[in-house]
Every structure is written in structure tokens, then in C-alpha cells.
Unconditional design. Sequence first.
Length: 304
Amino acid sequence: MSGWTASDIPDLHGRRAIVTGANSGIGYHTALQLARRGAAVVLACRSAERGQTAFDRIRAAAPGADLTLGALDLADLASVRAFASRYGDAPLDILVNNAGVMALPRRTTADGFEMQFGTNHLGHFALTGLLLPALRGAASARVVTVTSGAAWSGRFRFDDLQGERRYSKWGAYGQAKLANLVFARELDRRVPELTSVAAHPGYAATNLQEAGPKMAGNAVMQKAMGVANAVVAQPAAAGALPSLYAAVAPDVEGGACYGPRLLQFRGSPIKVVTPPHAAKPGLGDRLWQISESLTGITYTPTPA
């Protein structure tokens, strides 16, 4: 059994999509395949130069693709607001919350949040909330939030979410990826007129693994990560399949998570088991209230 592949993506003409972090890795391949099947895709990228490179590559691979390049820095809520304002209220069928950072030395966002929690979770929480009118304007919108196997080890330190008293780069990453998973589930519960799901790529070769060691000036670890990507990881194109499946497959279940078939490590996408502590009663509500307070973004109630 070969499993689901990009060739199984249905025709997407007439549908609009936004992919954050579309300039490289999982995000690039997600945007590429959506564009190939006819979707109008916004490449939401922090770097204008890298975004333009991705734009040109996709246009070359899919001539005639309906593409727009949008500036979005998830580590700056002013940038998130500006991006959402530029997009407007045009119906949005697919939002892929993909961009992220991993295992960085402690840094803060423009708004003073710990960089991993602020970028991976709070930035996407704010973006989704601001785009909610556009999502509600589509007939059957999907929101896909990319998490990671690191969510299994993640725990919320609600007394020190920003890692101000004690910081572990991997602990902060696990917390942020757990937040992605809990957010996807809670969004599906709170906004029933759209389908919210999580996805994770397994171990896929992207520049994400090398970014942290590079920022820390650890050349040995950076090289080791590069070797692991080349020898062990599956290609980024394969790592994008769970996100694509979650975005377009007809049998996707709201609140579920989709990842690789083989030990959640590699292979074709399927619905996967998630860490039990992600479903702890009241956890989603607590994270939601904190996220609204920190970002100043309040989701409007579902219309009666």
C-alpha cells in the first residue's frame, strides 16, 4: 500500500490559501503543491528576499500559478496585524500555520515574548484570530497548525511561560509545539463552522534543525544536524504531506492530528495518536485565555 501522495490532492481552482513560512522547507513544499493544484496561494514570509526566491521557484515549477507574496513576521504582532489587514475579508479556504523556530538560545520577540512560544504559538494564534472573518467567509475552511513530535515531551510552565526564571531551549520548543497542538484542538471546539486540525512532518530535512546551533555559534552541532538531515531524515517534500493531507483530504477529522505512518517518523500521512496530556480537561481553555490576554486578540463568538 503506497499511501496518500501529492497526486491525490483534488483540484483547488477557486480556493484561496495562506501558508506561513512558505519560503523554505515544509512550508515551501506545502505552498508549491497547493499552487500546482490551482489554489490561489499567499506565501507569508518574514524575509522578502527568501520569499521572492520561493515565489520564483514555484512560478517556474507551476507556470501560471496564482501566487502572492506577503510580508509576515510572526515575532512581531504589528506585522501580524498589518498582514491580516492587507489580506482583508476575501474568503479564505485554507490557512496553514507552518512557520516556526526551534531550539534557539533565549531571545524575545518584538513584543517581549520568549521567541519560540511567541513565534510558533502566539503569532499564529493572533494571525488566525485576525483572519477569522475571512475563514468564516469560506464554505468549509480548514486551519492546519503544524506541531511536532516534541509535543510529547512538552509541558506548560504557566508560572514561567516566557522562560524568564529558567530557560531550556528544548523545553521551550516542546512547550511551543504542545501549544500548537492544544490550540488546534481548542480552535476546532470553539469555532465549529471551520475545521481545525494539527499536522506534523515527522523527521524531515529542513533548515530548521540547523538554525538553533547556528544562532548559538555551535558549528559542531550545526554540522551534526546537517549530516543527520542528509542521512536519516525524509525529504522536506515528504514532510509536507501531513500538512497537505490535513488541508485537503475529505476524511479529515476536526481536532485530530495527522503525521507520518511509520512510527510518526516518516512515510505517508495518517491520523496519529497525540500525547494524552494535550487533552487534559481545561487545558485548552486556560491556554486560550492566556493567549488572548498576551496578544490582545479576542476571537469573536460564532454568529447565532
